[in-house]
Each structure stands twice: as structure tokens, then as C-alpha cells.
Design a protein around this ligand. Structure first.
Ligand SMILES: NC(=O)C1=CN([C@@H]2O[C@H](COP(=O)(O)OP(=O)(O)OC[C@H]3O[C@@H](n4cnc5c(N)ncnc54)[C@H](OP(=O)(O)O)[C@@H]3O)[C@@H](O)[C@H]2O)C=CC1
Ligand SMILES: O=C(O)CCC(=O)C(=O)O
Length: 425
């Protein structure tokens, strides 16, 4: 029996790092970036891998691998979530860290990009085992994290509970309470109002902005949302609130379809009362996660994981618009097919930036020792998301490129200009 938890193998097909680099290369070429700057932007500033021996509930010791990659800290402290998932490996974390750099630059917040992850399956672990893993990871990253250095947050498989453990462990090690070291915390520990829904809310703002460009009336529009976790469930709920008929939702147990629309609040209540799963939800017909992606809806929101839309299924997509709630849900191999079909894609580094935007607000509130109202947070984050959408859309028109490449161009220009002005290399 193995006590070492092997990280997921690096994928040679549909590798997220490759997908990120292909879009990056295109944007760099259009911007006429120098070769020196190309490598400055490409190579991560820091990569840390740690071994984490954890005592499991049955007394055995298992050794997990954890990662933190700081892609860039030129715009400010690095920022990015921590992922607990069996598919985590260093390549995935490197791609996710770079996406954070571009994302923060697209929405014009003063952060660089980072990401962390542990190759583990939290669904198979007790709360105590997860807590020991999170605390061990925090101790291993004491010289990486810091409110002015690198500020983690939740991602897939983690949430406020894990962020609370991180803050506690970090604060104990430093001998004082330092809540600005992490965002996405519970409210009582200095979390921000609105952070839980923030990513889904930004997805909703992006979807409505895209619908406006396509002249789609939200009250007549339909949507399918893949993933019913933090991002997917709030995106579905907020789209529903704005009049959109959400015909399909899904989680790892499968997808649930109803052409008259799913009662999203009922689905959320069902999931919360059913150990976090939609398994058995009866307000809809059960279909597969693959079938959800090819439904004849106006708006498709992939909000679960990477590389679900690939060369193999892109030609089957019927949606008029894809709003990427997840990071990297479309692999680069699908880009040309999707663009040729005329589908408007609001890319991940724009569409899901509402989360990090409100994380930024949380950090600002922690630092000034004050709490903003939910109304102020929502108004400010909606404005940031709408301005970013308009800027990326205008760039896509100016250069006649898809919004994805336009978003990379906006981001890369900002980061490379920052390097030029700071100089010293
Ligand atoms: N949380 C945030 O603020 C942000 C998250 N993101 C990105 O959004 C995506 C989702 O993150 P988040 O909502 O936080 O994660 P969660 O862990 O809260 O939810 C993930 C959801 O995806 C489902 N899922 C996982 N694997 C599959 C699969 N193979 N097929 C179908 N569904 C699956 C999960 O199902 P189940 O519950 O059954 O396991 C769950 O419903 C990730 O790509 C993340 O990086 C981006 C920006 C910010
Ligand atoms: O809220 C944050 O700081 C980061 C969220 C995140 O990991 C992401 O946007 O992918």
C-alpha cells in the first residue's frame, strides 16, 4: 500500500500550460514584444514544491506534494488561490499562476499572479485530515506567503474554512493576528461581504455584457452551467435572478437538464442538505457533463475545471456565447473551431476576475481596518468588471482578434510597460 500520494501526471495532450503559452505567444507577436521581454514574462519568478507528511485518522502517515508558483510580482504582491484536487501537478499550477498575472492586469488591480495546490482528494478525507494538511502546507510556505508578498485565496476544493486555518497558522507563527495574509476568509475573521458570490457575480456581469453585444435579451435567453460549486452555483443563481432561464447545471455526479429552467435556489438547498452533491436532484432530467456542453442554449458557462472544451467536441458546441467561469476550460486546440463558428468567448482571465477583485477589496479592508457595505462592494466590482469587458472588447475590435487574445494583449501590455518603467534589468 502506498503512503506517498503521487501527483497527477503531466499531460502531454491538452496541457493547460501549453494552452496558456499558445495564446500568450499570439498576443506577444501582435504587440511586437521584444525577445528579452518575452522571457521575462514567460518564466515564473518562483516555484516551490514541498512534501507534506500528514497523520491520517487511522494513524498512518501519508505524504502529499504541495506547490506554490509565483508567476510574477512586478505589479504588486502575488495573488491567487489554493487548489485541492487529485489532478493538481506542477504544470497545472504554473499555468494557473500565469493566468492570475494576466487576470489581475486585465482588471487593473495592483497584484501579480500566483497559484498553489496540493495533489489530494478532499472528497475522500475527513475535516481533521484536511485541516492538518492545510496547516502543514501553511507552515511549509511561511517564507512565501505574506500580506506584502503573496496572498492566497480559495480555489477548487478549498473555501473559507481552509482560509481560516491558513490565517490562524500563519498568525501563530508570526506571533500576531495578520488577517491580510489571505482572502476568502469567513466574515468573522475579516472576510469581505460579497467575496463568496464574487466570481459568479463577475461571470453574470460578463455574460450580460456579452449578451448586450449580441443583442440577446436576458429574459428570453437560455444558459447551461457546468460545475455547481462556488463559481457555478452563484453564476447560475445570479443569471437566473437577471431573467435568464438556466436549463442545465452539473457537478461531478452528472448534469441536470430542464428546458423550462432549473429552480436554482432549490438546487442549492438540495446540494447543501445532501453532503454537497446534486446526486438525486429531481427537478430535472439527468444527462452527462459532456452533453451539457453541447446543449442548444444561448450561453454556456463552463465553471468546473480545465480542458472540457477541446478539439474533439468544439464543433458540437451550439451556444452563441461561452463565458468561462473556470480557469482554462477551453484548450487552445479548440480556439480556431470556436472562432470559425462565430461563438463569442468571454475568456477566463476576464470573466472570472470578479473573485480576485473582491479579494483585493478584502485585503484593502483588512489593511485599513474597516468594513465596507455589500452595496459598495458590488457596485465597485461590477464597475471594474464592466470597464474591463469594454476595454477588452474594444481591443478585440481594434486588432480584429477574438476577445481571448485581446485580453492577453491588454494584460501583457500592462505588465511589460510596468517592467519597462521600473527598469533595472
Ligand atoms: N473560487 C473562486 O473564487 C474562483 C474559482 N475559479 C475557477 O473556477 C473553477 C471552479 O472553482 P470553484 O467553483 O471555486 O470550485 P468548487 O470546488 O467550489 O466547485 C467545483 C465544481 O465543479 C464540479 N466538478 C469537479 N470536477 C468535475 C468534473 N470532472 N465534471 C463536472 N463537474 C466537476 C464540482 O463537483 P463536486 O462538488 O461534485 O465535486 C463542483 O460542483 C476552477 O477552474 C477555479 O480555478 C476562478 C476564479 C475564482
Ligand atoms: O481571490 C483570489 O485571490 C484568487 C482567486 C483565484 O484563484 C482565481 O481567480 O483563479
Amino acid at each position: 500500500m502506498t503512503h506517498y500520494i503521487e501527483p497527477a501526471p503531466i499531460k502531454d495532450k491538452e496541457n493547460p500550460l501549453e494552452s496558456m503559452m499558445q495564446r500568450f505567444d499570439k498576443a506577444v507577436e501582435l504587440l511586437g514584444i521584444s525577445e528579452e521581454m518575452y522571457y521575462i514574462l514567460k518564466v515564473p519568478a518562483r516555484q516551490v514544491t514541498v512534501g507534506l507528511p500528514i497523520t491520517m485518522d487511522d494513524g498512518r502517515i501519508k505524504v502529499y506534494e504541495g506547490y506554490r508558483v509565483i508567476h510574477s510580482n512586478i505589479l504588486g504582491p502575488a495573488k491567487g488561490g489554493i487548489r485541492f484536487d487529485p489532478a493538481v501537478n506542477l504544470d497545472e499550477v504554473r499555468a494557473l499562476a500565469a493566468w492570475m498575472t494576466w487576470k489581475c492586469a486585465v482588471v487593473d488591480i495592483p497584484y501579480g499572479g500566483a497559484k498553489g495546490g496540493i495533489s489530494c482528494d478532499p472528497r475522500q478525507m475527513s475535516a481533521g485530515e484536511i485541516e492538518r494538511l492545510m496547516r502543514a502546507y501553511t507552515v511549509a510556505m511561511l517564507d512565501v506567503f505574506g500580506p506584502d508578498r503573496d496572498i492566497p485565496a480559495p480555489d477548487m476544493g478549498t473555501g473559507p474554512r481552509e482560509m481560516a486555518w491558513l490565517m490562524d497558522e500563519y498568525s501563530k507563527a508570526k506571533g500576531m493576528t495578520i488577517n491580510a495574509v489571505v482572502t476568502g476568509k469567513p466574515l468573522v475573521l475579516g472576510g469581505s461581504l460579497g467575496r463568496t458570490e464574487a466570481t459568479g457575480r463577475g461571470v453574470m456581469v460578463s455574460a450580460l455584457s456579452g449578451m448586450d453585444k449580441l443583442r440577446l435579451n436576458p429574459y428570453k435567453a437560455t444558459a447551461a452551467v457546468q460545475g455547481f460549486g462556488n463559481v457555478g452555483s452563484h453564476a447560475a443563481s445570479l443569471l437566473h435572478e437577471r431573467g435568464v432561464t438556466v436549463q442545465a447545471i452539473s457537478d461531478i455526479s452528472g448534469a441536470y437538464y430542464n428546458d423550462r429552467g432549473i429552480d436554482i435556489e432549490a438546487a442549492m438547498r438540495y446540494r447543501d442538505a445532501n453532503k454537497g452533491t446534486l446526486q438525486g436532484f429531481d427537478g430535472a432530467e439527468k444527462i452527462s457533463n459532456d452533453d451539457l456542453l453541447t446543449l442548444a442554449v444561448d450561453v454556456l458557462v463552463p465553471a468546473a475545471k480545465e480542458d472540457v472544451i477541446t478539439h474533439d467536441n468544439a464543433h458540437l458546441i451550439q451556444a452563441k456565447m461561452i463565458v468561462e467561469g473556470a480557469n482554462g476550460p477551453t484548450s487552445a486546440s479548440a480556439d480556431d473551431i470556436i472562432n470559425d463558428k462565430g461563438i463569442l468567448v468571454v475568456p477566463d482571465i476576464l470573466a472570472n476576475a470578479g473573485g480576485v477583485t473582491v479579494s483585493y477589496f478584502e485585503w484593502v479592508q483588512n489593511r485599513i481596518g474597516y468594513k465596507w457595505t455589500l452595496d459598495r462592494i458590488n457596485r465597485r466590482s461590477d464597475r471594474i468588471m464592466k470597464d474591463a469587458f469594454d476595454k477588452v472588447f474594444a481591443t478585440s475590435q481594434e486588432y480584429n482578434v477574438p476577445m481571448r487574445i485581446a485580453a492577453y494583449m491588454v494584460a501583457i501590455k500592462k505588465v511589460s510597460d510596468t517592467y519597462k518603467f521600473r527598469g533595472g534589468y
